[in-house]
Design a protein around this ligand. Structure first.
Ligand code: KMH
Ligand code: ZN
Length: 278
């Protein structure tokens, strides 16, 4: 079995300091959280950025400021900016981080409800537009799927040349409006991706650690972090993203799964951009 790639989704666009005071907004806080996750064993940082008051933004310069500052303290980490941004942003607003020299980015593969009145919109043409941009820029897409139909969309658009192989999926499970986080639903997604594709699983809220354990055993990879869950255990807030990552590392140790360093993650995911960016 390949080593385990741990992604830390350190910030997100929706979670606030009111949910957990350690949620990062400022550049310094984002660096602190990225480093805590890396030191604990994360090889990929899934990055959203905020203004200092917590407002989510896809502003290219804010991303550059955060990425440069992270790279000063952890130069070899893989940084995967969001192209999802926050609900309601335009496509071109969301795509701004792809104008920077980045190795990897998220590519959201369908539309879904996102709690309350929010709809996270990713039409077929949006996905084609984003996919094409990532091919042109040599950016490895992590295919975010919130439901099984989004896997089907990714497979179809790959056949038409909008998504480059090999596939790497992220099963985001437990969003209010997406697929549930049950073992049955995990198995459904797991068996819906092609042979040879890689996947990571991001369980939302209470689903985070049970799904992490399942992916560790199954040979998949794991995403944790404040974007998805702010609790270390029931009722106990995590003090940092690093604490969440450290819990995954403990689970992996129990099951005898080694942890991938960033360069090992690049090899496992067949990423090509790193040499270009050196
Ligand atoms: N903030 C969500 C609406 C991504 O990063 O690509 C979308 C999201 C997905 O977080
Ligand atoms: Zn995200």
């Amino acid at each position: 079995m390949e080593k385990l790639i741990i992604t830390a989704a350190i910030c997100g666009a929706e979670v606030l300091k009111e949910h957990n005071p350690a949620v990062p907004y400022t550049v310094a806080e984002i660096v602190r959280e990225a480093k805590s996750a890396y030191d604990a064993g994360a090889s990929i940082i899934h990055l959203h950025v905020r203004y200092d008051d917590g407002t989510p933004t896809q502003n290219k310069m804010r991303f550059k400021e955060c990425i440069d500052a992270i790279k000063v303290v952890i130069p070899d980490v893989i940084i995967m900016p969001s192209t999802g941004g926050a609900v309601g942003m335009t496509n071109d607003e969301r795509l701004q981080p792809t104008e920077l020299d980045i190795e990897m980015a998220t590519l959201d593969c369908g539309t879904c409800n996102f709690g309350g009145d929010d709809v996270f919109t990713n039409t077929e043409n949006t996905i084609k537009y984003f996919g094409k941009r990532m091919i042109e820029r040599g950016i490895k897409p992590e295919l975010e799927v919130f439901d099984k139909s989004m896997i089907d969309m990714a497979l179809r658009l790959a056949k038409k040349g909008f998504i480059e192989l090999p596939f790497h999926f992220d099963f985001v499970m437990g969003v209010n409006g997406g697929i549930d986080g049950t073992l049955r639903d995990f198995t459904f997604l797991r068996h819906s991706i092609p042979e040879g594709a890689t996947y990571t699983v991001a369980g939302i809220g209470r689903y985070e650690f049970p799904l992490a354990a399942v992916a560790i055993i199954d040979g998949g990879h794991v995403r944790v972090g404040f974007e998805d869950n702010v609790f270390l255990s029931k009722g106990v807030l995590a003090k940092s993203n690093g604490e969440l990552v450290a819990k995954v590392v403990r689970l992996a140790n129990e099951f005898g799964r080694e942890i991938a360093k960033p360069d090992e993650a690049r090899r496992i995911l067949e990423m090509k951009a790193h040499d270009r960016l050196k």
